[in-house]
Write a protein that binds this ligand. Structure first.
Ligand SMILES: [Zn+2]
Length: 255
């Protein structure tokens, strides 16, 4: 599609945070032709007067289908949130629910200037379809729970998903999603990371999300979650660390 548009009379924020006011950005087929105050005809105009023009925002950690669960549980501990509220609800989700949850999340993100997101969830074929349909960009990781009874199945399905879809859509990249070091104990995290290496993809993982997780990790293994990730080979691949709020100063030597 040969599309020519001009973002007219907007204020550009560049990569250094510098603002250039009242200027036009000419775009052909999704690529910037020129940035100028001069007027060129033949472009469809989008009046940006009073608005800012920036690169799209990137949301680095989402469970986009959970958009439809907003507000079902607030002001409770993360354990109760998961075990009492979210897991029972999640276990009843259909593939169609997951698709529409991701569609609604994508619409909300686009409406707020987010043009790409890194997602971590189950049934990621549905999120893949939603991303294709919505025109947003995404990095999609199927969640793998090492503690789950069907762990082996989850890992195999995630590998199949990556093999089937990697490189099929230029807006979408894929990686594996081990849930967290504490939910992928023993050699399971290493196994998932080795599978990612074989597939030549990265991983997306929750690490040191709460103080309790870090304390429990040190109590049970003598290591922080970051150290476990390091020893499992997690930094040999491209890694998205979700949260990382309780990363310790001593952890920095592993990163
Ligand atoms: Zn998360």
């Amino acid at each position: 599609m040969n599309e020519k548009i001009v973002l007219k009379n907007g204020n550009i924020i560049d990569e250094n945070g510098k603002v250039t006011e009242n200027i036009n950005v000419y775009v052909s087929d999704g690529k910037i032709d020129k940035v100028t105050r001069e007027i060129t005809n033949g472009y469809d105009e989008v009046d940006c007067t009073g608005n800012y023009i920036t690169p799209g925002f990137v949301n680095l950690h989402t469970h986009s289908p959970m958009n439809i669960m907003k507000g079902i549980a607030e002001d409770i501990s993360i354990d109760n949130w998961f075990n009492e509220k979210i897991f029972p609800y999640e276990s009843k989700l259909t593939n169609e629910d997951i698709y529409w949850g991701a569609v609604i999340a994508s619409a909300e993100m686009l409406n707020n200037g987010v043009t790409a997101f890194a997602d971590h969830y189950f049934a990621q074929e549905e999120v893949y379809k939603a991303v294709e349909d919505m025109g947003i960009r995404a990095d999609i990781a199927p969640t793998i729970f090492g503690l789950a009874a069907d762990y082996r199945n989850q890992l195999n399905e995630a590998i199949d998903f990556v093999e089937k879809y990697q490189g099929k859509n230029s807006r979408i990249s894929l990686r594996l999603g081990p849930h967290a070091p504490y939910t992928c104990p023993g050699d399971k995290l290493t196994e998932i990371i080795n599978a990612a290496k074989k597939l030549k993809v990265g991983i997306h993982i929750h690490v040191s999300e709460t103080e309790e997780q870090v304390d429990d990790s040190i109590k049970n293994t003598g290591k922080t979650p970051i150290e476990i990730l390091y020893e499992s080979g997690g930094f040999d691949v491209d890694v998205i660390i979700a949260h990382g709020l309780w990363t310790k100063k001593e952890d920095l030597k592993f990163i």
